[in-house]
Design a protein around this ligand. Structure first.
Ligand code: EAX
Length: 336
């Protein structure tokens, strides 16, 4: 039997041990590589947006909680398409997670549309409390039937109107404006009722459409307007705050079902952390975003008579009450 003593290994045997070691190390890293789960996450906004801040926080938390066995690859800026396309990609299994506003989600899970009603939420606290509470959780419970899991409610923010034509001081000033909207029937009915021409369009096309004048204006939260540089192509901003726009971290039931219990918890806990980071970033950008836009030469109408806009929306509210039930709407309004 070959006696193996320290430093006295016969050369051929030493070489074969070394080769064995390299091979096993190689296998190990390959195995480790194979075991590392990579999660692709897409969102439509820029790398300076609240969506990206939330996505980065999500990615860091996934890696931390999984001790590096799960990693998130971020695809910002609509590189994987608009929100609707990315939700479809999640359903098809070509994308693991999408961070999206509720805008197009109502086409997949109609129960989310109630959150898109104009002037439904009083302020951020009201919106966050409602969505994180029983009402928000009830809506998320409708996702699995459509092949999706809503991991957490996140935040886009209160939406305001920009346009290149004129200052909008009252609802009448919206009449005839060609306004890009999300692919969202609740928003489109609202702007049609106000006399504008709602033009649904995927988010990645919006800057170009504003620049070419294909549409006169759009509506989005301040963080989106600032991080998408709309101030370069829009000269008027009116702080209507007409809709609170929730956002969501969404995965598919198929992908979620393929995970262990621990991995599922990693995704859910990380989405909650990402949502909190998004909410913080929305408030942070909003606090200075309006001054930034003014500095770019944007005329800002801040003294808005919201009651006037709500009164002009009466026909749309009648339709919403028919669609969702007045009690469901009142239940949200009653959240304190
Ligand atoms: O990221 O399409 C839109 O206007 C939405 O606000 C979207 O979340 C932008």
């Amino acid at each position: 039997m070959q006696t193996i003593r320290r430093g006295l290994l016969a050369k051929p045997f030493r070489a074969s041990i070394a080769a064995l070691l390299c091979a096993s190390l190689g296998t190990f890293s390959a195995t480790a590589q194979a075991q590392t789960k990579t999660i692709k996450l897409g969102h439509p906004q820029s790398a300076t947006s609240a969506f990206h801040a939330g996505s980065e926080a999500f990615a860091a938390e996934v890696e931390r909680l999984s001790k590096g066995s799960m990693k998130v690859q971020l695809f910002p800026g609509g590189t994987l398409g608009g929100e609707r396309e990315m939700v479809e990609a999640v359903q098809l299994g070509t994308l693991e997670v999408v961070v999206t506003s509720t805008g197009p989600v109502g086409n997949f899970v109609p129960e989310t549309l109630i959150t898109d009603i104009p002037f439904l939420f009083r302020d951020y606290e009201h919106a966050r409390k409602t969505l994180d509470g029983p009402i928000g959780q009830e809506i998320l419970s409708k996702f699995p039937a459509k092949g999706m899991v809503g991991l957490a409610w996140a935040e886009n923010g209160f939406r305001h109107v920009t346009n290149s034509k004129r200052a909008v001081n009252s609802p009448d000033d919206l009449k005839g404006l060609k306004l890009r909207t999300m692919e969202n029937p609740i928003h489109m009915l609202a702007f049609r009722t106000l006399g504008a021409q709602p033009t649904p369009m995927a988010f990645p096309e919006v800057f170009g459409a504003l620049q070419q004048g294909t549409v006169d204006g759009q509506e989005n939260p301040i963080p989106v307007i600032v991080s998408s540089k709309f101030g370069q192509v829009q000269k008027n901003l009116t702080l209507t705050g007409h809709v609170y726009s929730p956002a969501l971290f969404i995965t598919s039931t198929a992908y979620f079902g393929s995970l262990s219990a621990e991995q599922k918890k990693v995704l859910q806990d990380a989405a909650a952390v990402g949502a909190t980071a998004m909410r913080r970033k929305v408030n942070e950008i909003e606090n200075k975003g309006i001054d930034d836009l003014k500095a770019q030469g944007v005329t800002v109408v801040s003294n808005v008579d919201k009651a006037k806009f709500q009164a002009a929306l009466a026909p749309a509210y009648a339709d919403y009450a028919k669609r969702f039930g007045a009690e469901a709407i009142d239940r949200i309004k009653a959240v304190k």
